[in-house]
Design a protein. Structure first.
Length: 285
């Protein structure tokens, strides 16, 4: 198991100006830096690859999906823009030798509407058709897509693993799976370990996040049960801490973080990593 840190912990958007985050993550003991691609124009893959190789760090790639990147939109121009963005994220992942592009790529974060059954099915079909196209492009680059169910306050489309599995069957591509995030699962799943087992080998990446978006382990989550469930499904992929800083007001507002959740973002990352290493690799008594 390799542990990663999201660039969202410290910065938004990620760019060459914040490339030293790779050195910070390495010094803390992380093996992976998750590159969050808010604006592809800020991503210099040559510089990032060079720095990561010098530090013996791997990359993963996370997308950001706002209203103009909505793969489920009724507007064909918006769907095409979402696909263009996803194509570029896939190319960035390939250039960084990252295994996947992850995130809630099926819709726009914050899109929450009361729809009747027919309109909801139409939304699902638009999203599935878009992701099928994106998946084919990703497959041509050897990249997987990891779709993230979000909590009910952030999306009206995929909230649970059960919904995610149904959506995967609609997309119908072998290189599309799920990104599971314990923050969202804590809200939506009645039994997180059971949901992990339900996802099984569809899990492409795992976000190990605190129930309050603070430091993993300083919460009420059933971490022994979560770890055991991941072992039961033979998951060996990245385990990434995703958190957000209150120093960047736009992103703090977007994810509803109104107070500091740790003494510092460095403390959140380091203490979270220390906890996860012990949780996943306990010392024999």
């Amino acid at each position: 198991m390799q542990f990663g840190a999201s660039t969202f912990i410290w910065a938004s958007p990620f760019s060459n100006a914040t490339l030293d985050l790779a050195d910070k993550a390495k010094s803390m003991g992380f093996e992976i830096l998750e590159i969050c691609v808010e604006d592809p124009a800020t991503i210099n893959t040559k510089a990032i690859s060079s720095r990561l190789r010098s530090l013996d760090l791997r990359a993963t790639v996370c997308g950001a999906f706002g209203p103009d990147r909505d793969a489920s939109s009724e507007d064909p121009a918006i769907r095409e823009n979402a696909l263009g963005y996803l194509r570029r994220c896939v190319e960035i992942a390939a250039e960084l030798e990252a295994p996947a592009v992850i995130g809630p790529a099926y819709s726009a974060v914050g899109k929450t509407r009361m729809l009747d059954t027919a309109d909801r099915e139409a939304q699902w079909r638009l999203a599935a058709d878009s992701l099928s196209i994106a998946a084919d492009h990703a497959a041509s680059h050897g990249i997987k897509l990891g779709l993230e169910p979000l909590n009910r306050f952030e999306t009206d489309l995929l909230n649970t693993v059960e919904q995610g599995m149904r959506f995967l069957s609609m997309v119908g591509r072998d290189n599309v799976g799920l990104l599971l995030d314990t923050f969202h699962m804590n809200i939506e799943e009645t039994d997180i370990p059971a949901a992990i087992r339900r996802a099984g080998d569809s899990i492409i990446e795992f976000h190990a996040c605190s129930s309050d978006r603070g430091t993993p382990g300083r919460d009420h989550l059933d971490w022994p049960g979560i770890v055991q469930a991941l072992r039961d499904v033979n998951y060996t992929g990245p385990v990434v801490i995703e958190a957000f800083t209150t120093e960047i007001k736009e992103i703090a507002r977007a994810v509803s973080i109104w107070r500091k959740l740790a003494p510092s973002q460095d403390a959140l990352a380091q203490d979270g990593l220390n906890f996860l290493r012990k949780a996943f690799h306990p010392q024999p008594i």
